[in-house]
Ligand binder design. Structure first.
Ligand code: NAD
Ligand code: IPM
Ligand code: MN
Length: 354
């Protein structure tokens, strides 16, 4: 069996963590006896510098040819005020591949129960973020002198396709689906709530559906995270609430994500939920766990290698449990120390299983 992936390392800590994520994938290929082709491409600030475009044509062609794309992070202060921004590259990548659902799982890693803000374990869950609609893409958008405007827009079809994924995950796990909106104020949210409810009645009568307003949901997620096992929400709310889950589990640096479209067909995109972290870039201390967790999600969602995915996740958990941690989660290890420890545990588990 052979697979081909595109790797877009991007800016800041992007390349620092992606290097190790690719390392983990290569080790897994050796262990699992599959061949792996890795093609690197430009995105973000580096692509602006080297190709004059944050999402160059060659990169677009590359990600369409690959079975999956692994992305680091884009952005940084150097490009923040230019006419072209690194972030535009990421938005164009997502829409070019038609990736409408961003799956962001969160769990407290073993040993961190007492260091997270809540100081206790909780069940963990997944935030499913709609990724191609709302304020991020709606027209008109722009700036005219002292005025600036963005438009939030959703169609029923856009809401249904991401909500269906939410219902399916909730059904598989036997937990309620929590849909988050601002239906007391926004038209798009009224449509969101109505559409999700209708879909539930029609296709998933056996799944419990609960609605929340986003403001109260933010409070409730902090106080009672166990209630949020599968969440589905629109683009901007999902961006914000998934970073909140990073806070709940102790660091943004440990969370990965899978971004899928019609996932039985086209390629997927896998990336940590964190950004380029300019404050720690170049120091060798970025947490590689979010990027490596994204590799586990890639193995599972794009390659269908669920056991391999579980092996990676378990190696991460053991590494953190044994105290091999970067500073963001209270340790003194470097990015490289953590990545090497994870790979060593992968091999140990692999040998033990044979
Ligand atoms: P950020 O996620 O880069 O950083 C927020 C905080 O979390 C910082 O203190 C950072 O040091 C810490 N952090 C993040 N990842 C970490 C890791 N792996 N290990 C240890 N600590 C980590 O968010 P920001 O500072 O608001 O944004 C910086 C830049 O990144 C901006 O240009 C933004 O647009 C971009 N960004 C890109 C992506 C992406 O490419 N997917 C996501 C979010 C932000
Ligand atoms: C994320 C980031 C991006 C987003 C930015 C960099 C465009 O914050 O992936 O969460 O808002 O989607
Ligand atoms: Mn974000």
């Amino acid at each position: 069996m052979g697979y081909s992936i595109a790797v877009l390392a991007g800016d800041g800590i992007g390349p620092e963590v992606t290097k190790h994520a690719v390392g983990v994938l290569r080790e897994m290929a050796d262990m699992g006896n599959f061949s792996l082709e890795v093609h690197e491409g430009l995105i973000g600030g580096r692509a602006i510098d080297e190709a004059g475009d944050p999402f160059p044509q060659e990169t677009e062609a590359l990600v369409h040819r690959a079975q999956a794309t692994l992305l680091g992070a884009v952005g940084g202060p150097r490009w923040a005020d230019g006419p072209l921004t690194p972030e535009q590259g990421l938005l164009r990548l997502r829409s070019s591949l038609g990736l409408f659902a961003n799956i962001r799982p969160f769990e407290v890693l073993p040993g961190l129960e007492t260091t997270t803000p809540l100081k206790r374990a909780f069940s963990g869950g997944v935030v499913i973020r709609e990724l191609l609609g709302g304020l991020y893409y709606g027209e008109p958008r722009g700036r005219a002198g002292d005025e600036a405007f963005d438009t939030s827009r959703y169609t029923k079809a856009e809401i249904e396709r991401v909500a269906r994924l939410g219902f399916q995950l909730a059904k598989t796990q036997g937990v309620p689906l929590i849909s988050i909106d601002k239906a007391n104020v926004l038209h798009t949210s009224k449509l969101w709530r109505e559409t999700v409810a209708e879909l539930g009645r029609r296709e998933f009568p056996d799944v419990t559906l609960e609605h929340r307003y986003v403001d109260a949901a933010a409070m409730e997620m902090v106080l009672f995270p166990d209630r949020f096992r599968v969440v589905v929400t629109e683009n901007l709310f999902g961006d914000i609430l998934s970073d909140l889950t990073g806070g709940l589990v102790g660091s943004l640096g440990v969370l990965g994500s899978a971004t899928v479209g019609d996932w039985s067909k086209g390629p997927g995109l896998y990336e940590p939920i964190h950004g380029s972290a300019p404050d720690i870039a170049g120091k060798g201390i970025a947490n590689p766990v979010g990027a490596i967790w994204s590799v586990a999600l890639l193995l599972d969602w794009s390659f269908g290698l669920t056991q391999a995915a579980d092996l990676v996740k378990e190696a991460v958990r053991r590494t953190v449990a044994e105290g091999i941690r970067t500073p963001d989660i209270g340790g003194t290890a470097s990015t490289e120390d953590v990545a090497e420890a994870i790979m060593a545990r992968m091999w140990a588990q692999h040998r033990a299983a044979r």
